[in-house]
Write a protein that binds this ligand. Structure first.
Ligand SMILES: Cc1cc2nc3c(=O)[nH]c(=O)nc-3n(C[C@H](O)[C@H](O)[C@H](O)COP(=O)(O)OP(=O)(O)OC[C@H]3O[C@@H](n4cnc5c(N)ncnc54)[C@H](O)[C@@H]3O)c2cc1C
Length: 430
């Protein structure tokens, strides 16, 4: 089996003692496939509610996107806002909006409640505006989220510069309920809490087969099998051949992350003194945050995949130095990549693949908070809550047309997004 990926987070999180592989035959009310935030949050909430729960992970806990992300806790949707969701989906949309709105609070509440040591800070998430049009949108976003009672605020140009230490953005907005954490430490903490609540967790146990057995499901791994009434596929972009139709229903997107060596305190005091997470409004996002040791963290995407693992970290490092005016930016200490799942409408999905078999994915870069909240929802489903009353709409798995080619679209379109970002950023304010 493959060990932990070489990320900053795996290197710095408190270790989790290895969990046993699945062997022999067993039964469970609920079986969860995938040991990321989604599977772990579901396991924790379902076990706390008294169900017998088994979670099976092919590699190690937080091996997938949950261990490879940037650790930004963000309680909203990428590129879609409450008014549009409400207009499209009425009461169902209202439930989804409420779920997102409270999702960061849920993460930080779980961290506090279970004493998870993950360098968590509910310091806020800032989205600076790269253009005047983006600033108008920021004002609209604040109006919509503040209407829901969220702790959000419009930031003028000076306020963004003061909070981030970076001049030049046209303004922006902040949601003070967002923040940062070490995602591997958070996932390991959720795993420990779920085990304490009674869930059985197994690592290095890839599910190789999933088949109906009467009203139940029989789930097979190389050395074991479990019979369960309900099954959740929490495999996200890593679903692979287990359910091919699912793998073709989202865009798999490789995202690169880097972390520099620690910055001197003098520089750290100028940049992001409040320790927020920043992702600006560009199509080709510019993101940054610090970890607890003052390492600077950012990310990016490639256009051409060949050679990207060697090239992209250097590109991101140069971009960081330029945007943050840091000619002496320390070298990179870590670089890694992971797979995210993205939907054309930028909304998360639950898919009922067959009776009592549900998959959930596509948190579009908002997965820390959103999958944690979705896990609590799915625990409700495992306890018998009607599927139609869940906050995340349950839709059929729809294959994206020409997926073999279309899957490259998010990367291939990046240069066009870059050009539009630059033209918009150059257009003068009135
Ligand atoms: C580089 C990157 C940066 C990101 N940054 C952020 C961010 O800053 N903030 C944010 O909110 N979101 C971010 N995201 C998105 C976020 O990380 C994901 O939405 C979230 O982690 C998804 O969690 P998950 O539990 O659904 O899936 P994953 O964490 O991907 O877990 C799926 C698991 O399923 C397991 N699995 C697959 N097949 C099998 C099988 N057959 N048997 C057993 N196990 C199996 C895999 O091994 C894997 O561990 C980022 C994503 C990436 C890739």
């Amino acid at each position: 089996m493959i060990g932990d990926p070489a990320t900053l987070w795996h290197a710095t999180a408190r270790p989790l003692a290895g969990l046993p592989t699945l062997s022999g035959a067993a039964e469970s009310d609920l079986l969860i496939i995938g040991g990321g935030f989604f599977g772990l949050s579901t396991a924790l909430h379902a076990a706390e509610a008294g169900l017998s729960v088994t979670l099976i992970e092919a590699h190690r806990i937080a091996w997938g996107a949950s261990g490879r992300n940037a650790g930004f806790v963000v309680p909203n949707f990428a590129r879609v806002d409450p008014d549009a969701i409400r207009a499209a989906d009425g009461a169902q949309g209202e439930r989804l909006i409420a779920l997102a709105a409270g999702s960061s609070d849920l993460v930080f509440d779980l961290v506090r409640r279970h004493g998870i040591d993950c360098d968590a800070g509910q310091t806020g998430w800032i989205q600076p505006s790269h253009s005047d049009a983006a600033f108008s949108k920021a004002q609209s976003r604040v109006r919509q989220w503040s209407g829901l009672g969220r702790p959000v605020e419009v930031l003028n140009r000076a306020h963004v510069a003061q909070l981030t230490g970076v001049p030049g953005w046209r303004g922006g907005w902040i949601d003070w309920s967002g923040g940062v954490l070490n995602p591997v430490a958070y996932a390991r903490g959720l795993a420990a809490a779920a085990a304490k609540a009674g869930a059985r967790l197994h690592e290095e146990s890839p599910v190789t087969n999933l088949q109906r057995q009467g009203a139940d499901w029989l789930v097979t791994t190389p050395a074991g099998r479990i019979t369960a009434r309900r099954v959740i596929l929490a495999t996200n972009a890593y679903v692979g051949p287990l359910w091919p139709q699912l793998a073709q229903s989202f865009f798999p997107l490789r995202v690169f992350q880097v972390a520099t060596e620690s910055l001197p305190q003098s520089v750290r005091a100028r940049l992001l003194p409040g320790g927020q997470a920043v992702s600006d409004s560009r199509r080709n996002l510019f993101t940054f945050r610090f970890d607890a040791q003052n390492r600077l963290i950012s990310g990016g995407m490639h256009v051409v995949s060949i050679g990207a693992a060697a090239r992209l970290p250097r590109t991101i490092h140069r971009r960081l130095a330029r945007f943050l005016d840091l000619p002496d930016l320390p070298p990179l200490a870590f670089s890694w990549s992971g797979m995210a799942s993205v939907m054309p409408d930028f909304l998360p999905r639950l898919v009922e693949l067959a009776p009592n078999l549900i998959a959930g994915f596509a948190c579009n870069g908002r997965g820390i908070a959103m999958t944690t909240a979705m896990g609590r929802e799915l625990a409700g489903w495992a306890l018998g809550q009607d599927i139609t009353s869940l906050a995340v709409p349950v839709r059929p798995a729809t294959k994206i047309p020409f997926h073999g080619l279309a899957r490259f679209a998010p990367n291939a379109l990046l240069p066009f997004g870059n050009v539009r970002d630059r033209l918009e950023a150059r257009s003068k304010s009135e």
